[in-house]
Design a protein around this ligand. Structure first.
Ligand code: ADP
Length: 399
């Protein structure tokens, strides 16, 4: 009899996992989904708390992204060290059941310290999809304080398998949002290419008109190509598929290279360009090609948005464990209302068009690269007076 009762309780529990999994698969909003997963995990294991750690696709770091309980906000974004228990589970792709965390040297107290919660026992399962680990799902302390059993592990594993699929789907959905935005942006240049090409088929237009139309078509087609390239680059950076090849980089030498590439445009606009670089600057921990892309973009914008006879000033300074690079211009400046948005993709200040062509993706790419390096970018600007972009990039740590 006891056996039958046990069996039906077990069946009911797995049925509940199935029910919850169905709900997860219907949720495409990532934060809402993660919240559902931790609640479901807690329910099926009758535990006091549950949390999800995700692997940052860019840095590979494991951090808390969702947790049950009122203190969930406190643990959010807390990074756990790679040698921690969760780090081990993510790396090995194996389940860990710990009945007394105080006896496990791998257990990291960072989340407990932030939330005021006290972890005694836990199960940590990897969130895996097609052999890739997306993160770790944890449940903590059985409500009745009994040790975890095999069935707890089994139900949690089933839930984790479904949760991984749902997380991947929600991420894909976010990407498709990016794609629809892109398609929308591509329409403008495409529409003018089609319109001008149609005009060109008419027999009653004069040769000088014809030439002007061809030039517009060429210009718009060039812009379209730039947008596609920039967009693909941004998508690659955002998804973490762009791997950085880190090495010690001499940022002063790199800046000098970038300036010499810019010189023809600088001369053409009769801009005076100065640079200030002290000797013996520490090396930056970075991807040389990507950092060049950042500097070229900032210098390019400074020259692009500064009128003839203006000034551009670049400086490199040591700053604690980082190096600070600033690019200052005496150009048109950025209105205060636009300033908070200029790093958003496709964002261009309303009247930029009259000044220069662009995709509105340059600064989004710059920000992605700088942040992937663990750096920071800031901007200050006044309309009519000019703009200063300031970068902070981490230096190579002494071994
Ligand atoms: P774009 O391709 O339009 O230059 P970015 O992402 O590089 O795109 O820059 C976004 C917007 O920020 C630009 O359209 C421009 O309005 C503004 N901006 C960027 N740099 C400067 C600068 N140095 N001076 C004035 N405005 C700038």
């Amino acid at each position: 009899m006891a056996h039958t009762a046990e069996l039906s309780a077990r069946l009911a529990r797995f049925r509940r996992v199935l029910e919850l999994s169905r709900v997860l698969n219907l949720t495409l909003d990532l934060p809402a989904l993660l919240d559902l997963i931790v609640k479901a995990a807690r329910e099926i294991t009758t535990t006091e708390a549950s949390s999800i750690l995700l692997t940052d696709p860019k840095t590979g770091e494991l951090y808390f992204e969702a947790a049950t309980g009122t203190k969930s906000e406190e643990v959010k974004r807390v990074v756990v060290p790679p040698q921690s228990l969760a780090g081990w589970v993510a790396r090995e792709g194996k389940v860990e059941v710990i009945d007394d965390v105080s006896r496990d040297p791998r257990f990291s107290r960072v989340a407990d310290e932030q939330s005021g919660f006290r972890t005694r026992a836990l199960i940590a399962v990897p969130l895996q999809l097609k052999g890739r680990t997306l993160g770790v799902l944890e449940v903590v302390n059985r409500e009745d304080d009994t040790p975890f059993n095999q069935e707890d592990v089994d139900v949690l594993r089933s839930l984790a398998a479904q949760a991984a699929v749902a997380i991947a789907n929600a991420r894909l959905f976010q990407q498709s949002d990016l794609i629809s935005e892109m398609v929308h942006e591509l329409r403008t240049p495409l529409t003018s290419i089609v319109a001008y090409s149609e005009l060109l088929t008419r027999t009653d237009i004069k040769p000088d008109q014809q030439r002007a139309f061809v030039e517009t078509v060429l210009q718009e087609a060039t812009r379209l190509t730039a947008m596609i390239n920039d967009f693909l680059d941004l998508a690659r950076l955002q998804s973490g598929r762009a791997r950085m090849a880190y090495e010690p980089v001499d940022i002063c030498a790199l800046l000098r290279d970038c300036i010499s590439v810019m010189m023809p445009q600088v001369h053409q606009k009769n801009i005076s360009l100065h640079f200030e670089m002290p000797a013996d600057m520490p090396l930056v921990h970075g991807d040389r090609g990507r950092l060049k892309q950042v500097l070229m973009n900032l210098l390019g914008n400074a020259v692009k948005y500064t009128g003839s006879n203006g000034h551009v000033h670049t400086a490199v300074l040591p700053a604690n464990t980082s190096v600070q690079v600033s690019v200052q211009d005496t150009g048109r400046g950025i209105p205060e209302r636009d300033l908070p948005h200029i790093f958003e993709k496709f964002y261009r200040v309303q009247d930029s068009e009259g000044w220069a062509t662009g995709t509105g993706l340059g600064l989004s790419i710059v920000k992605e690269i700088v942040e992937a390096h663990g750096g920071q970018i800031d901007v200050e600007s006044r309309v009519g007076a000019g703009t200063t972009f300031t970068l902070k990039l981490p230096t190579v740590r002494p071994s």
